[in-house]
Design a protein around this ligand. Structure first.
Ligand code: XMP
Length: 504
């Protein structure tokens, strides 16, 4: 295959997608425990499961990002919100299930209980070290302390009237995980504040975070034991401020989130992010592209991974509205031709309908996949459950849909994803996506289990122990539309819903 159509045969370049191919079974000598789904997300980050949740306002906010990281994947926070709100979402993820919180939110002794309650709600945490003006620990206060003061007195009662004052059980800054566990268990503590020799607060350990770490052994964590999180950025207007605010909040991966990434301004921004001393250490993903040349531009700009997909998404209308796109299996393969020699991972974004497509994307050259519709029905996605004819649904809409790009209800921050940043009037928007709903599927853990279970089975059938082995050993066979019909259930009426199959 080639990236260019030949002048002699302008239609010679055939694009294939997931339904056009199957994987050939191979010799297998594997036990289920041999199979390892670890894969590279970027040049420097690997994930235990090769799944990302899409940067969409009906898919990934902090609750989904936390759930994704706990499963061993990564959530990419959408950017249809203000810079402050998106940075706050990053902070919420980084404060959850941390080994040691190095910058705990503290409160002063003179704050009122009303202020304490507001702070607890704002950061979704229930206990605070109380510190004096020199940041020295003078007590601990928790939500529980609030309960014994009538609400009517919250505005006039000060924190130091209800807190547990020093002497407290504390740990030294730099305490080991094992020593901290011993202290937490011995004293049945919920929280262990860490202090330096002068008594200044340097960190906080919560028992809940320790328990969660044991509960989610695959979780995606940074060097400090905090959950990892990605966040979407654009390239227009205040994009640089957004990127730096997200970095300040502790984001691990910045994801260029545009429908068409092969654009000078974005490529320049990736270059700048990867060279500026203030930003070069964060991982940056370029996208979206669908050709070898588009991927090469990001490789040359220093991107740490390249995201592929122009128009394959379930809610996308880009291909019909603009006539532009590349069928996804071919797009991933083409991008991998530029990325593989440079050691840059590829992300296949959009168009996956079943678990079987994860393996197909990997064999085509992807290292991870990004999912929208397959995750949109999870409990952790933004938005309420909608009841229709007794069945539960969740809203799912394209980021290029009228709803996401118009000011309906609130300001839209992501119109530049579709090259329409300067469109001021809603009736002038040209949407490239639709708004809809998907069936409610319960917690992400069960959905991810089915998807990764499917990938395990793929690897068993192909005889591949690891994702890199699947990439090199996997072989495609092209199929016809008659074969596709044969692949799906046929000639039977489905009577019981299956957890991993919802139909054609
Ligand atoms: P799936 O198929 O997983 O696709 O639902 C999710 C991906 O689709 C992209 N996306 C869009 N593409 N118009 C488009 O052309 C849209 O409105 C739109 N919204 C999201 C995006 O790459 C996402 O990860």
């Amino acid at each position: 295959m080639t990236d260019q159509t030949s002048p002699a045969d302008p239609f010679g370049f055939l694009g294939l997608t997931y339904d056009d191919v199957l994987l050939l079974p191979g010799y297998s000598d594997l036990a289920p425990s041999d199979i390892d789904t670890t894969s590279r997300l970027t040049r420097e980050i690997s994930l235990k499961i090769p799944l990302l949740s899409a940067a969409m306002d009906t898919v990934t906010e902090s609750a989904m990002a936390i759930a994704m990281a706990r499963q061993g994947g990564l959530g990419v926070l959408h950017r249809n919100l203000s810079i402050e709100d998106q940075a706050y979402q990053v902070d919420l993820v980084k404060r959850t299930q941390t080994g040691i919180i190095t910058n705990p939110v503290t409160i002063g002794p003179d704050a009122t209980l009303e202020e304490l309650d507001t702070l607890a709600g704002q950061f979704r945490i229930s206990g605070f070290p109380v510190v004096d003006a020199e940041n020295k620990l003078i007590g601990m206060v928790t939500n529980r302390d609030l309960r014994f003061t009538p609400v009517a007195e919250w505005a006039t009662t000060k924190v130091d009237e209800v807190m547990t004052p020093q002497p407290l059980i504390t740990g030294p800054a730099g305490i080991s995980r094992d020593d901290a566990t011993l202290l937490l268990r011995k004293h049945k503590l919920e929280r262990l504040p860490l202090i330096d020799p002068d008594g200044r607060i340097t960190g906080l350990i919560t028992v809940k975070d320790f328990v969660k770490s044991e509960q989610f052994p695959n979780s995606s964590k940074d060097g400090q034991g905090r959950l990892m999180v990605g966040a979407a950025i654009g390239y227009f207007g205040d994009a640089w401020q957004r990127a730096t605010a997200l970095i300040d909040a502790g984001v691990d991966v910045l994801v260029a989130d545009t429908a068409h990434g092969n654009v000078r301004m974005l490529i320049d921004m990736v270059k700048r992010l990867k060279t500026d001393p203030a930003t070069k250490d964060v991982q940056v993903i370029g996208g979206n592209v669908a050709t070898r040349q588009g991927a090469q531009a990001f490789v040359d700009a220093g991107a740490d991974a390249v995201k592929v997909g122009v128009g394959p998404g379930s809610i996308c209308t880009t291909r019909v509205v603009t006539g532009v796109g590349v069928p996804q299996i071919t797009a991933v393969y083409e991008a991998s031709l530029a990325c593989k020699p440079a050691g840059v991972p590829v992300i296949a974004d959009g168009g996956l309908k079943h678990s079987g497509e994860i393996g197909k994307a990997i064999v085509a050259g992807a290292d991870t996949v990004m999912l929208g519709s397959l995750f949109a029905g999870c409990e952790e996605t933004p938005g309420d459950l909608v009841l229709v004819n007794g069945k539960q649904f969740k809203t799912y809409r394209g980021m290029g849909s009228m709803g996401a790009m118009s000011s309906r209800g609130k300001k839209s921050y992501s119109k530049d994803r579709y090259f329409q940043a300067e469109v001021t009037s809603d009736d002038k928007i040209v949407p490239e996506g639709i708004e809809g709903q998907v069936a409610y599927k319960g917690p992400l853990s069960t959905v991810a289990h089915q998807l990764i279970g499917g990938l395990h089975q793929t690897m068993f059938y192909t005889g591949s122990r690891t994702v890199p082995e699947l990439q090199t050993d996997g072989r495609f066979i092209r199929i016809t539309s008659a074969s596709l019909k044969e692949s799906h259930p046929h000639d039977v009426q489905m009577t019981v819903e299956s957890p991993n199959y919802s139909g054609f």
